[in-house]
Design a protein around this ligand. Structure first.
Ligand SMILES: Nc1ncnc2c1ncn2[C@@H]1O[C@H](COP(=O)(O)OP(=O)(O)OP(=O)(O)O)[C@@H](O)[C@H]1O
Length: 368
């Protein structure tokens, strides 16, 4: 799958742009703050129906304007796909495939699989467990629509159980009064837990292979799912936490409290990892996500590499470019402040590429 052309009007600092991409590497070069990441975000938006940075849509409208429009022309399995996204202040967002509006945006997600690697991903390591759960849920739901429905049901029941605990705080309630919710949480929670465990098992294996390659085998890393459910008994775990839940007035066990343990040399990456090691960790994690999506979807996702060269030594940068130059990767979009890096590496790997210059939101083909 490739993105052939992209038209942008009023997206963040880009007033207007029409870009024709190369099927392999597309590099955006420019100084800090000129709009390189904004271009990648526009591409992300067309796949995932939202900004990578969790911004409300209106904040992506260029300051002083009333709307933004993004349009991408894709080719997937020999078929041309035109995707349109229009956002106007105070009006419902319009999202179309081949000129036909979607009723639900979730119907679009997964059609144009994409993986982005950005400096903001460090939140997956340094942030709260919620960030890691959002990552797992996001990847699984791109491949499995049913998963998202189960998750929505689970969260609805969880909210009801928690509001009951709050409403009856300090009153003499017993565990049986929660059994209606406990059973539903257990039914939906088991499905989610099983899917997440299978996903992480698959991901962890590929992740380790990629980490070894990126870091040239210099460190040992692991990725494991850690659950709050004891002895695989969901219902019993909920019942067993009743006294604590009553005191704290929220549900303390379940898939909404689970996490992924990320370690390097047996210690948490969060505390022990250097900035370059964290970046290598995240890159390997995203490469594993790429492999998973490619296998599930049967197409090579788009790969967006934002600022990948920062904080990494020359060996690791070269390894990363070597990996993404291989057959199992497809169209790649890269940003950097320095053209030297990219020219040298891409020539070395003899890959087809196109370089664009970005300056204050204006994108032009780089003149050689
Ligand atoms: N809604 C908006 N309207 C106008 N400008 C915006 C809007 N949102 C963000 N910007 C501007 O976009 C610029 C940031 O662009 P971007 O993050 O793409 O930079 P970059 O080229 O990737 O920089 P770096 O090399 O530092 O990562 C900032 O100057 C910011 O003010």
């Amino acid at each position: 799958m490739i993105l052939k052309d992209l038209n942008i009007v009023n997206y963040k600092n880009i007033a207007e742009a029409s870009i024709a991409f190369c099927p392999r590497f597309n590099c955006f070069i420019g100084n800090n703050g000129v709009g390189k990441t904004n271009i990648l975000d526009a591409v992300y938006h067309l796949s995932m129906c939202k900004s990578y940075f969790n911004l409300p849509d209106a904040q992506s409208i260029r300051h002083g304007e009333a709307f933004f429009v993004l349009e991408g022309m894709y080719e997937r399995d020999g078929e041309d796909i035109d995707v349109y996204c229009g956002v106007k202040k105070g009006v419902k967002k319009v999202f179309k495939k081949n000129k036909k509006s979607y009723e639900r945006l979730s119907d679009h997600i997964g059609l144009l699989p994409l993986v982005m690697i950005s400096p903001a991903d460090v939140i997956l390591i340094d942030g709260a467990s919620e960030e890691r759960r959002r990552f797992i849920d996001g990847v699984i739901s791109q491949c499995d629509k049913e998963y998202l429905q189960v998750l929505i049901r689970y969260n609805r029941v969880l909210a009801q159980r928690n509001s009951f605990l709050k409403e009856y705080a300090g009153m003499p309630i017993d565990a049986d009064m929660l059994s209606v919710w406990d059973e539903q949480l257990a039914d939906n929670g088991r499905v989610i837990l099983e899917r997440r465990l299978a996903f992480i098992t698959e991901l962890a294996e590929v992740f380790q292979v990629y980490y070894d390659r990126v870091a040239l085998g210099r460190e040992k890393v692991t990725l494991e799912y850690s659950t709050t459910i004891k002895e695989n008994d969901y219902l019993q775990s909920l019942r067993g936490s009743f006294d604590r839940d009553r005191v704290l007035t929220y549900t303390t066990v379940g898939i909404h409290r689970d996490d992924i343990t990320l370690s390097i040399e047996g210690y948490p990456v969060k505390r022990l990892g250097s900035q370059g090691q964290k970046k290598s960790f995240l890159t390997a994690l995203k490469f594993a996500q790429f492999a998973y999506l490619a296998q599930q979807k049967g197409v090579k996702p788009l790969l967006l590499l934002d600022d990948i060269f920062d904080k990494l030594d020359a060996d690791r940068v070269s390894q990363i470019i070597r990996i993404v130059s291989e057959e199992n990767f497809g169209q790649v979009f890269i940003t950097d402040t320095n053209r030297g890096h990219i020219d040298e590496i891409l020539r070395l790997h003899a890959i087809d590429y196109k370089i664009f210059k970005v300056d204050q939101g204006v994108i032009s083909d780089f003149k050689f």
